[in-house]
Design a protein around this ligand. Sequence first.
Ligand SMILES: Cc1cc2nc3c(=O)[nH]c(=O)nc-3n(C[C@H](O)[C@H](O)[C@H](O)COP(=O)(O)O)c2cc1C
Length: 209
Amino acid sequence: MARLLYVEASPRKERSASTGVAKAFVEEYRKTHPGDVIDTLDLWGTTLPEFDGEVIDAKYAILHGQPHTPGQKAAWKAVEGVIERFKGADKYLFSLPMWNFGIPYKLKHYIDVIVQPTYTFSFSPKEGYKGLITGKKAAVVYARGGAYPAGSGGETFDLQKRYMEQFLGFIGFTDITPIVVEPTLGKPESVERTKAEAAARARSAAGAF
Ligand SMILES: Cc1cc2nc3c(=O)[nH]c(=O)nc-3n(C[C@H](O)[C@H](O)[C@H](O)COP(=O)(O)O)c2cc1C
């Protein structure tokens, strides 16, 4: 029995293109992997620890190889809880809108919480940085109002997909399936077609995931 963590990063619920396509993935995944557990993390319905005060001091203490003070230890517990849920999964599905060429701030907050030395990456002068989440797959649904296809020149503005791949690669992922939904702003008939085509790609990715 495997555990799929689905991280939902659009606040638009049933109006969301990224969530809609991710739901098609999840539906097909449920059918094709009936024994698996799907854990949904709605980032807009979750309170994440602020990354300030004792929490940020706790991170620097780890980076400097120093023990946590009692205050840092207590504050760090909330970060550890979020990381534990993330690391407890065997496979990952993310869905997110493009916001100002990048990712929504709730997802950035989540990434700032889970990317931690000794938990999701390591550093040594000899080996440099190493991702610790290895041998696990991720699928990522990207929705964008415009279109940023490779070779169009527009792809240089796409910091959404580039950032997700950078972050996932940094913590150790090598098997990342992108599912792009674009453009989502335009004539209703063509947007519906775009979403339906992306949902079909998502279902086919889910079956083999
Ligand atoms: C705050 C905000 C910023 C946006 N920035 C961009 C952008 O930089 N480029 C783009 O193509 N679309 C942009 N959009 C449009 C969304 O990417 C598009 O509507 C997408 O379908 C949203 O995904 P969702 O439907 O899953 O929420 C933006 C939308 C919002 C609300």
